[in-house]
Design a protein around this ligand. Structure first.
Ligand code: BDP
Length: 673
C-alpha cells in the first residue's frame, strides 16, 4: 500500500516538474495566460516598458498602477494591494518602479502575495555593485562557472542574449552596478577600441539600472599612453587621465567610476612614486568628479615584511583618514586577511570616521569549496553586518555605519560565468541572490533570504517536506564548512594556489612567508593559533574598547575567533570543559557528519525536484563529503604531529594517510577529482 502511494506521489510530482538546467535562476517561468492591465502616469521609457512587460507576463492580477511620485529621487518604492486583486507601485524614480515590479512578482512567485498589504522599501546602499574578476582572455580569476560572460571578440557586432538576461537578473534583486573586469587589471580595457565595446554593454544594461564601472591599472598612462611615468602628481599623467575620463563619458554618460587595486600583490600604485593612496585616489577622483563618477580604492594591501598581514590595511589607511576626496570610497574586504571561511571583521570599519568605506564581500566561494560545496554565505555576511565596532560606543554596527556615509556602496565579487546555470552549481546561485538582497537591505535575515530563494528557484509548495529541510541545510551550511575546514578561528590552511583543499603543512622555501599555511596557524608543541594579543602582533589594539580587551583575553575571546587571536595550548580547557585538542577534533568530525546528513536529506527530496537539478546537487554533495573527510584527516593528522595526542577514541578513525595527502596536495589531486 505504502509503495503504491509513493508511486502515485512520484507520478503526480513528475508531471508537475519541468526540466530545469538552472539557466532561469530565481526568475519566474510560467507566463500569464491572461495579462493584467498595467496603468502608468508616465510617458513610455525603456525602463517603464520593462516593468510593464515583466508585470504583464509574470504577475497575475486585475490591475496594476505604476505611479511616479514627487520627492527626492531614489530607488525606493511603495507597494499597496487591495482586496480586488489590484496593486499600486509608487516611486520617485522609474527604476524604483521597476524594483517594485520585481518585488511584486517575487511575492507572488513565493506564494506570499496577500490583499491589503502595504510595503515600503528603501535600499541600505545607493551603489550595489558586482565585481567581476574577468580577464581580457575570458578566464576568470577565482571563477568556477566557466569562461567570462563578456565576449570581447564578438562585440560590438554580435550581442549575446546573456547580456540582457544578466541585467534583468541583477535588477530583479536590486543590483545596480557592475565592474566588468578583474582588479588585477589589464590596461587594454581603457583602450578606445575596448571602450567602444564596453559602451554596447552599458547601453544594454542601462534600462535595467545597471551602471558600468571599470577596474583600472594604475600604470595605464605608461602602458597605454606611452608616458614615461604614472606618478599621480605628474602634470602629464593627470592630463592623460583627464582626457581618458572625458572619452569614457562621451561614450557612456552614466559611467560609474573606477575600481583600483594599487600597491597590492604586485599591482602598481602611487607608492611606486613615493606618493600615498590618497594622492593616487584623489587624482583620479578629480577627473571623475565633474561627471559624477567615483573612485573605489581597495584597502587589500599587505607585504611580506609585515609581522601580521591582518594589520597592514589599518596601518596604511587610518593615517590617511580625512585626506580622501568626497567621491572616493575605500573598498574593504569583510575580514582583515582575505575572504577566509570565518574572520572577525576588518578593523578599518569604524576607524575612518572622515572617509567613506564600502564592504567588499566575496560571492564566489574561493575559500569555501568553490562551486562544488554547498555553502550559503548569507549567514557569514549577517555575522559581519551585525558586528559591533564600538566606534561610537555600544551599538555601532557595521550594517549601520556603512550605510550612513557620504557615499554608500557595497561590492560583491561575482560568481558568474558562461555556464548554463551561471554559477557552476544551483546552490551557488543562492549566494548571488543573497548578495543582491543584502545589498538592498542589510537587515534581512539569512532565513528570509533562503526562504525566498528556495520558493522562487524551486517551488513555493511543500512547506514541511521540502522548503524547511532545504532551508535548514542552507542555514547550517556555512558553520558546517567552517567546521570541516577551519574551526575555532583557524585560518589560511589552504593549498597555496588553487585555495581549494587543505595544506596545513604548506611551507615552501623562498615563497613569501605570508603565502604559507604555517604562517597562519603557527602550530608547535605548545599549541596552535596566531598570537595577535598585546604579547604578540598586537592586532587586537586596532579594535575599539572593549573589543580590544575582549579579544586580548583568552577567556573572554569568542571561541569562534580563539585561534585567530591567540596561540592556545593544546590542553587549554574551553568553555565546555574539554581541551582545545578535543574540541578541534570534534569540530572537524561535526563538519563531516553534517555534510553526510545533507546527502541523506537531499536524497529524500528527489520526488520534489526535477531530475537535472536533483542529480547535479547530489553529485556535488558526494564531492563535498569526500572533501570534508579529506580536510578533517589532513588537519587532524597534521596537527597531531604537534599535539601528540590521540584522536578521541569514540571518533571515527582517519581514512587517509598524512604523507599520501601531502604528496597528493602538491600534485593537485583533490582538485582533479
Ligand atoms: C585573493 C585572491 C586573488 C585576488 C585577491 C584580491 O586569491 O586572486 O586577486 O584576493 O582580492 O583572495 O585582489
Amino acid at each position: 500500500m505504502c509503495k503504491i502511494i509513493t508511486s502515485i506521489v512520484f507520478l503526480v510530482l513528475s508531471l508537475y516538474l519541468t526540466a530545469e538546467d538552472g539557466n532561469r535562476l530565481w526568475l519566474p517561468f510560467s507566463v500569464n495566460k491572461q495579462q493584467p492591465s498595467v496603468v502608468c502616469n508616465l510617458k513610455e521609457s525603456p525602463t517603464i516598458e520593462i516593468a510593464k512587460q515583466e508585470l504583464q507576463k509574470y504577475f497575475s492580477a486585475e490591475k496594476i498602477t505604476l505611479t511616479l511620485t514627487k520627492g527626492s529621487v531614489g530607488d525606493g518604492y511603495k507597494i499597496s494591494t487591495n482586496a480586488n486583486n489590484e496593486a499600486i507601485i509608487q516611486s520617485t524614480s522609474e527604476l524604483g518602479l521597476l524594483y517594485g515590479a520585481y518585488h511584486l512578482i517575487r511575492l507572488q512567485q513565493s506564494g506570499k502575495m496577500f490583499p491589503n498589504t502595504n510595503i515600503s522599501e528603501t535600499p541600505s546602499y545607493q551603489r550595489r555593485i558586482l565585481n567581476h574578476w574577468d580577464n581580457f582572455d575570458y578566464s576568470i580569476e577565482r571563477g568556477y562557472a566557466g569562461k567570462s560572460l563578456w565576449k570581447w571578440d564578438e562585440l560590438p557586432s554580435i550581442i549575446s542574449p546573456r547580456y540582457r538576461q544578466y541585467a534583468r537578473v541583477n535588477a530583479s534583486i536590486g543590483i545596480n552596478g557592475t565592474v566588468l573586469n578583474n582588479v588585477n587589471a589589464n590596461a587594454v580595457f581603457l583602450s578606445s577600441e575596448m571602450l567602444g565595446k564596453i559602451k554596447i554593454l552599458a547601453d544594454i544594461f542601462r534600462p535595467y539600472g545597471i551602471k558600468v564601472y571599470l577596474s583600472i591599472n594604475f600604470s595605464s598612462p605608461v602602458l597605454l599612453g606611452k608616458l614615461k611615468t604614472s606618478d599621480p602628481l605628474n602634470k602629464d599623467v593627470c592630463k592623460w587621465w583627464d582626457s581618458k575620463v572625458k572619452e569614457i563619458y562621451s561614450l557612456i554618460p552614466d559611467f560609474g567610476g573606477f575600481l583600483v587595486k594599487a600597491n597590492s600583490e604586485g599591482q602598481s600604485g602611487p607608492q611606486d612614486f613615493g606618493r600615498t593612496h590618497a594622492d593616487g585616489a584623489n587624482m583620479l577622483a578629480k577627473c571623475l568628479q565633474p561627471y559624477g563618477g567615483i573612485v573605489m580604492w581597495r584597502a587589500f594591501v599587505y607585504s611580506p615584511s609585515s609581522d601580521d598581514r591582518g594589520k597592514q590595511a589599518y596601518d596604511e589607511f587610518v593615517p590617511l583618514d580625512g585626506k580622501f576626496a568626497d567621491n572616493v570610497i575605500i573598498q574593504v574586504k569583510n575580514g582583515p586577511v582575505d575572504f577566509q571561511p570565518r574572520e572577525p571583521f576588518n578593523s578599518l570599519f569604524g576607524s575612518m570616521k572622515n572617509t567613506s568605506l564600502m564592504p567588499e564581500l566575496q560571492v564566489t566561494q574561493e575559500y569555501l569549496g568553490q562551486s562544488k560545496h554547498l555553502v550559503f554565505l548569507a549567514n557569514m555576511w549577517q555575522e559581519f553586518f551585525n558586528s559591533d565596532t564600538y566606534c561610537d560606543g555600544k551599538g555601532s554596527y557595521i550594517k549601520t555605519i556603512t550605510a550612513n556615509q557620504k557615499i554608500n556602496a557595497i561590492a560583491g565579487v561575482a560568481n558568474t560565468g558562461g555556464d548554463t546555470n551561471w554559477c557552476g552549481s544551483i546552490f551557488a546561485q543562492a549566494n548571488w541572490y543573497a548578495f543582491g538582497r543584502l545589498a538592498w537591505n542589510n537587515e534581512l535575515t539569512p532565513d528570509e533570504i533562503a526562504d525566498e530563494w528556495i520558493r522562487t528557484t524551486f517551488t513555493p509548495d511543500f512547506e514541511t517536506s521540502f522548503i524547511e529541510p532545504v532551508k535548514n541545510m542552507m542555514l547550517s551550511s556555512w558553520e558546517t564548512c567552517v567546521n570541516y575546514m577551519m574551526p575555532i578561528g583557524l585560518t589560511g590552511i589552504f593549498t597555496c594556489n588553487d585555495h581549494y583543499g587543505p595544506e596545513p603543512w604548506s611551507y615552501v622555501e623562498g615563497w613569501r612567508k605570508d603565502w604559507n599555511a604555517v604562517y597562519y596557524h603557527r602550530a608547535d608543541s605548545i599549541g596552535v593559533g596566531f598570537n595577535r594579543t598585546t604579547t604578540g602582533s598586537n592586532g587586537v589594539s586596532q579594535y575599539f574598547y572593549p573589543l580590544d580587551s575582549i579579544y586580548n583575553s583568552i577567556d573572554a575571546c569568542p571561541e569562534k575567533f580563539l585561534l585567530w587571536f591567540h596561540h592556545v595550548p593544546w590542553n587549554y580547557r574551553m568553555k565546555n570543559g574539554k581541551t582545545l585538542w578535543e574540541n578541534l577534533c570534534r569540530a572537524y568530525i561535526q563538519g563531516v557528519n553534517n555534510v553526510r546528513e545533507y546527502q541523506k536529506l537531499w536524497d529524500r527530496l528527489e520526488p520534489y525536484i526535477d531530475n537535472e537539478r536533483f542529480l547535479s546537487v547530489q553529485k556535488n554533495l558526494k564531492i563535498q563529503t569526500n572533501d570534508a573527510l579529506w580536510w578533517k584527516d589532513a588537519a587532524l593528522l597534521y596537527f597531531q604531529t604537534f599535539s601528540k595526542q590521540p584522536i578521541p577514541y569514540d571518533m571515527e578513525r582517519p581514512v587517509h594517510d598524512l604523507q599520501e595527502m601531502i604528496d597528493d596536495s602538491y600534485s593537485g589531486k583533490i582538485m582533479k577529482r
